[in-house]
Design a protein around this ligand. Structure first.
Ligand code: PLP
Length: 405
């Protein structure tokens, strides 16, 4: 029933009929996609209190939206933080976490050398011009990390526990303790590990960031980001989000939230597939090198087992093809099952060429320092039958070898 049963002109009724119906007894088992951009609080006094920040509630969807809040709350529970905020993309979430630290001109940010490329670019292109020093360091090496932290005394340290694309493993707990010793705040991008493998707040991180586009959503149909953190950051973050407007749309929030329900099923299968695939690809002898943290020749083979909650090694396997760009292009063209697209975390397997995509803006020398070659290909392993994924990759490698003869 509308607010009034008054007989309006049909042109007026068309605009108002069927809207703003008070809640009925019985509520849905799955929350709604609330597309409304504004809300009618129960009274002007309530609106005043909500807009003044004295109480939580809904007035305008750039400030808060129930569907988006439901996702942020779910991820908050998974990460074990005090508050969660959802953003329009993973990059918006990384940006929001950096702003939340109140990093200012004269301060320094230390980022891991093999952090996601766009996150490095974000610090260099958006923060450095305002007088923030950005230092890249090999944070996998705790001795190098300690010396850089002592020398730079940063305000913020930003890293991922599993690096992209070579799956180098950072000891997040040790690094966080060292960063706190020099007064830095710690941001962990937990996209590749998810809270099923690593819960950074448990080892003392101050803010956790996700590209929810990846494993949290998991179906290749939404772009979004989430930050989970402590109450002490909330007010600043919420205010900055209202000013910057990088809010997640309710439909994307709903899709990602729906994806989240099967995260454990998908991600555990993806990790187990990745471990089996890595071994199968090594045994095939078709690749120069296979990178996966559980393989015995991986440099952090011993570290991974005590860094992840269940000893799993993540869901990405990286290959070195013999040859360079022409061979990699031929390999990508030859794939019949694995999808050559630039993302990770979907239910289907994906192949990405870092030189062309994620690490395009790094120089060949910078890539070489990270260990990325012209033949490096990243495979984000899906939930398919692992034999099918292995066969597709091996057959594609064989086709490349045949065309080179
Ligand atoms: C580790 C990591 N962090 C952040 C991002 C950025 O996320 P989005 O593409 O959702 O902005 C990505 C995207 O690939 C990523 O892999």
């Amino acid at each position: 029933m509308a607010r009034s049963e008054r007989e309006w002109d049909l042109r007026t009724t068309l605009v108002h009929a069927g809207e703003r119906i008070p809640p009925q007894a019985g509520y849905p088992t799955v929350h709604d996609i609330v597309v409304s951009n504004s809300f009618v609080p129960e009274s002007p006094e309530a609106a005043d209190a909500i807009l003044g920040g004295q109480r939580h509630g809904y007035t305008y969807s750039r400030h808060n939206n129930p569907t988006v809040d439901a996702l942020a709350e779910a991820v908050r529970r998974l990460e074990g933080g005090e508050c969660g905020l959802a953003y329009s993309s993973g990059m918006a979430a990384v940006h929001a976490a950096l702003l939340a630290t109140a990093v200012a001109p004269g301060d320094a940010i230390v980022v891991s050398r093999d952090l996601y490329g766009a996150s490095i670019n974000l610090t260099q292109e958006l923060f450095a011009p305002f007088g923030v020093t950005v230092v890249q360091a090999n944070l996998v090496d705790l001795e190098e990390a300690a010396s850089v932290l002592r020398r730079v005394r940063p305000k913020v340290v930003l890293f991922e526990v599993l690096s992209n694309p070579l799956l180098r493993v950072v000891d997040g707990a040790a690094l966080t303790a060292m960063a706190h010793d020099v007064g830095a705040q710690v941001i962990v991008d937990n996209t590749f590990t998810t809270p099923l493998l690593v819960r950074p707040l448990e080892f003392g991180a101050d803010l956790v960031v996700h590209s929810a586009t990846k494993y949290l959503g998991g179906h290749g149909d939404a772009v979004g980001g989430v930050v989970v953190t402590y109450q002490r950051y909330y007010e600043r973050m919420h205010r900055q989000q209202k000013l910057l407007g990088a809010v997640l749309g309710p439909f994307e929030a709903w899709l990602i939230h729906r994806g989240l329900k099967t995260l454990a099923l998908r991600f555990e299968r993806q990790c187990d597939n990745a471990a089996a695939l890595a071994e199968r690809l090594v045994a095939s002898g078709r690749f120069r090198r296979v990178h996966y943290p559980l393989l015995p020749d991986h440099p952090e083979h011993d570290r991974i087992r005590h860094v992840t909650r269940d000893g799993r090694g993540g869901a990405v396997v990286t290959l070195e093809l013999p040859g360079g760009k022409p061979e990699v292009f031929e390999f990508l063209r030859s794939l019949e099952l694995v999808v050559p697209a630039t993302t990770v975390g979907d239910v289907y397997s994906l192949a990405l060429y870092p030189v062309m995509a994620s690490h395009r803006s790094q120089t060949p020398e910078e890539r070489a320092a990270m260990g990325i070659t012209e033949g490096t290909v990243r495979i984000a392993v899906g939930i398919e039958a692992v034999e099918d994924i292995a066969e597709d990759l091996i057959a594609a490698a064989d086709r490349v070898a045949a065309t080179r003869k």
